[in-house]
Design a protein around this ligand. Structure first.
Ligand SMILES: *Cc1c(COP(=O)(O)O)cnc(C)c1O
Length: 384
């Protein structure tokens, strides 16, 4: 029998919860009606989407009518920024950060390459963001501020509510990419001044290829996808019914267990981190440990190449991710670690471990010994 996988890459994607799959199955088989059709078969699909909308809204504390289903976090991020730029030709400046997910970062980089005005606010060496620094770069022509709720590589949480106060005072729209935060820490949009918020199902044990954009009921909005009148004319295209249903179930499960799960996940993450720091004295944690997602640790092992560790760990069926993305043969370090001004060596030796409620204490113990051995082996090689 093959060795079971120890999956510690839950910020990349998560396993589908079996209860989610169960709710999806009818909509991949017998319940195939188009939600826009007038007959009963269509009405079933329509009702299922509306239940999912309520469940997703409930996870983030907004009204169901403020949830627009999309194809995922990437589309949601692109849509929010696109929408803000359509409103006023005189307001085309974007404020974002140097550590956003590529779905925001690359979109803004591309706008900047085409002559757009984008300010990328930097972060401190511990990955934290200073809201005062962000406030200083707002201009009269700023259309939108886009800041993630929590960073996918380090888990560092940003002071979104303070940024929302600033955005509101300057009468600038605020978008937050909450893909990593949702389901891990509480989000209550009820009284918030946030205009747009991005979510993705596959980061919280739902299916891939479905997400949502929260659009505040009083925010002006211009759709990215134009066509049919679906999603209250905010996102054209026949709905991905089964996936939306799965997203709804995943959101419901995430909300029900949020506090209990977060405590257990954090204790596994902390035990893993403490174990590794004890076994490998040269290891260091990237990013502040004070305001951080409960499931994430970004660790650097100076003197060791993270890609090499990744390959050794894969032999033990341990999945995690490297701080550097391998692109067409050349290894480019992560823009997040670069923005934190970490040394080249630290960037190249970074691995991210991200836990979920499907991990176990036994896996933590096995991962500590597997990783310690892999790092020691490579340290011996490079010293020999
Ligand atoms: C995964 C992720 C996204 C992209 O979501 P997809 O649904 O995969 O398109 C966006 N932002 C953050 C912070 C993410 O972690």
């Amino acid at each position: 029998m093959p060795q079971p996988i120890i999956y510690l890459d839950n910020n990349a994607t998560t396993p589908l919860d079996p209860a989610v799959l169960e709710e999806m199955l009818p909509f991949l088989t017998t319940e195939y009606g188009n939600p826009s059709s007038a007959y009963q078969l269509g009405a079933h699909s329509r009702a299922a989407i509306e239940l999912a909308r309520e469940r997703v809204a409930s996870l983030v504390g907004c009204a169901a009518g403020e949830i627009v289903f999309t194809s995922g976090g990437t589309e949601s991020n692109n849509t929010a920024i696109h929408s803000a730029l359509q409103l006023d030709p005189a307001r085309q400046h974007i404020v974002t950060t140097a550590v956003e997910h590529s779905a925001t970062f690359r979109y803004c980089e591309q706008l900047a390459e085409r002559g757009g005005a984008v300010t990328f606010v930097g972060v401190a060496e511990d990955g934290t963001l200073d809201p005062d620094e962000l406030e200083q770069v707002i201009r009269p022509e700023t259309a939108i501020i886009s800041v993630q709720w929590a960073n996918n590589e380090t888990g560092v949480i940003f002071p979104i509510e303070r940024i929302a106060e600033i955005a509101s005072r300057h009468r600038v729209l605020l978008h937050s990419d909450a893909v990593q935060a949702a389901g891990k820490i509480p989000i209550a949009l009820g009284t918030s001044k946030i205009n747009f918020l991005s979510l993705s199902a596959h980061k919280l044990h739902g299916p891939k290829g479905v997400g949502a954009l929260f659009v505040h009921r009083r925010s002006a909005f211009r759709p990215l996808l134009i066509g049919g009148g679906q999603e209250n004319r905010r996102r054209a295209g026949t709905e991905n019914v089964a996936s939306i249903v799965g997203f709804g179930k995943a959101a419901e499960l995430a909300a029900i267990g949020l506090n209990a799960h977060a405590a257990r996940i954090q204790s596994m993450r902390d035990a893993f981190e403490a174990g590794i720091l004890a076994q490998i004295p040269s290891a260091v944690v990237n990013g502040t440990r004070h305001t951080r997602l409960p499931n994430t640790t970004s660790l650097a092992f100076p003197g060791v190449d993270s890609e090499a560790v990744l390959i050794l760990l894969d032999r033990h069926r341990i999945c995690c991710s490297a701080g550097s993305a391998c692109r067409a043969g050349s290894t480019e370090t992560s823009h997040v670690l670069r923005a934190m001004n970490l040394s080249e060596e630290r960037q190249r030796s970074t691995l991210r471990f991200s836990f979920s409620r499907f991990n176990t204490e036994t896996e933590v113990t096995q991962a500590i010994s597997g990783l310690s051995r892999a790092v020691e082996q490579l340290q011996t090689l490079s010293n020999g």
